[in-house]
Design a protein around this ligand. Structure first.
Ligand code: FMN
Length: 177
């Protein structure tokens, strides 16, 4: 059983990366294999560029996704949607996502973008037949201490814990089938 976490923010001071790190710790503490891929560490071509799919980083990430039983995504909301980094990695590796459970941890500037993930979730469901995990983390800047780089809001921590629990449960169940 293996869970992969894709963190899509390119911001050095990313708060969504903190959500990923918190989730990874919870999963590893249960002795479950969990790889965190911080996408800012990977130079990647844009989908559609010549030989983009043969790029070594693209192959590496595709293999990581393919070998996982569940995927967690964390990243920023940009203009009422996921950022281009996440869309690009899906476009580059979409075959590897097929039939996997996928959960979301979103970082946004305000409450109004709460449903912004749905366009991306729909394409995962319709194009990749992913199972969308019915637990959702949506965090705002007030839930963090930016100086110490900690999540200070216990309700966000609890939501991540619940998401991880569901992800583990679904990942285990589906990997047996
Ligand atoms: C280009 C851009 C577009 C954004 N669009 C939205 C938006 O539509 N809704 C929202 O709530 N926040 C929006 N934000 C705020 C980010 O979601 C917020 O800064 C978040 O902390 C970014 O996540 P990160 O810290 O992991 O990079 C936007 C920020 C940028 C830079």
């Amino acid at each position: 059983m293996k869970i992969i976490i894709l963190s899509s923010s390119l911001n050095k001071k990313s708060r969504s990366l903190l959500l990923s790190e918190y989730a990874q710790k919870i999963i590893l503490d249960q002795n479950i294999d969990c790889t965190l891929i911080d996408l800012k560490k990977y130079e990647l071509p844009f989908c559609g560029e010549e030989n983009a799919n043969d790029h070594k980083n693209c192959i590496h990430i595709k293999n990581e996704i393919e070998s996982s039983d569940a995927i967690l995504i964390s990243g920023p909301i940009y203009n009422y949607g996921v950022n281009a980094v996440l869309k690009n990695i899906l476009d580059l590796t979409s075959k590897a996502w097929e039939d996997k459970p996928v959960g979301f941890m979103c970082m946004a500037g305000g409450q109004a973008s709460y449903m912004s993930i749905m366009g991306f979730a729909n394409s995962l469901m319709l194009n990749c037949r992913c199972l969308i995990i019915p637990r959702f983390v949506y965090a705002l800047p007030g839930s963090f201490d930016d100086e110490t780089r900690n999540i200070t809001d216990n309700s966000i921590k609890q939501r991540i814990e619940q998401l991880c629990e569901k992800t583990i449960q679904l990942g285990k169940t589906l990997s047996k089938g």
